[in-house]
Design a protein around this ligand. Structure first.
Ligand code: ZN
Length: 203
């Protein structure tokens, strides 16, 4: 199982971090050991002083495929949830400025918080998916998958040119604007509509 992540997939978020809007999906990966599930607490790592949350829609790949054609891409996922791409922003900024890979800032233990999957409904496919993150009961991020620069299908087509997609792979599809720091004691809750799918406390 692999965890594919997309960076800068919402224009407003690319702008807030002063990044150019990409021409192709910007892909990075997290190792499976980064997963944090079942509402387990997130332990603030000692190597960073600036851990940020990034709420993202996460799709689960439901069949194997390479070089997926655009017209078939929608059949490669049936379930969705919310995840939080926890990021050591201080480390990432340093690595980025040197042009170095940023794995340690993005793929450390516990950095891939994952909520509970639900089936994607026809209504979600046609009318979009609205989602939000609250931090200590205050809404800090709001997203709509129709604002994504690259759709789920675009990502599947592009990623499968390089990496064979395998059943169970996860794709974190990028974060909307509003990312920010967390402190010990904070509680983050991610919801799609009324459904609270993802929850974590920072310890
Ligand atoms: Zn992210």
């Amino acid at each position: 199982m692999k965890i594919i992540c997309i960076g800068r997939n919402y224009i407003d978020h690319a702008k807030e971090l002063n990044n150019p809007v990409p021409e192709h999906p910007l892909i990075f990966m997290k190792p499976p050991s980064a997963l944090l599930v079942d509402k387990k607490p997130f332990y603030y790592p000692e190597f960073s002083k600036d851990i940020h949350y990034e709420l993202e829609l996460v799709i689960k790949i439901c069949k194997n495929g390479r070089h997926v054609m655009p017209e078939f891409a929608a059949s490669y996922y049936k379930e969705i949830t919310l995840g939080i791409d926890m990021t050591a922003r201080d480390i990432q900024s340093k690595l980025k400025s040197k042009g170095h890979p940023w794995e340690i800032a993005k793929g450390f233990d516990g950095s891939a918080i994952l909520g509970q999957f639900i089936d994607i409904t026809e209504d979600m496919r046609t009318h979009g998916i609205l989602f939000e993150l609250s931090k200590n009961d205050k809404i800090v991020q709001r997203g709509d998958n129709r604002d994504m620069i690259f759709s789920f299908e675009d990502i599947i087509v592009y990623a499968s040119k390089y990496f064979k997609l395998q059943m169970g792979d996860l794709i974190y599809t990028g974060t909307p604007a509003g990312v920010g720091p967390v402190c010990i004691g904070d509680r983050l809750v991610g919801s799609i509509g009324e459904l609270e799918l993802c929850e974590v406390t920072i310890r």
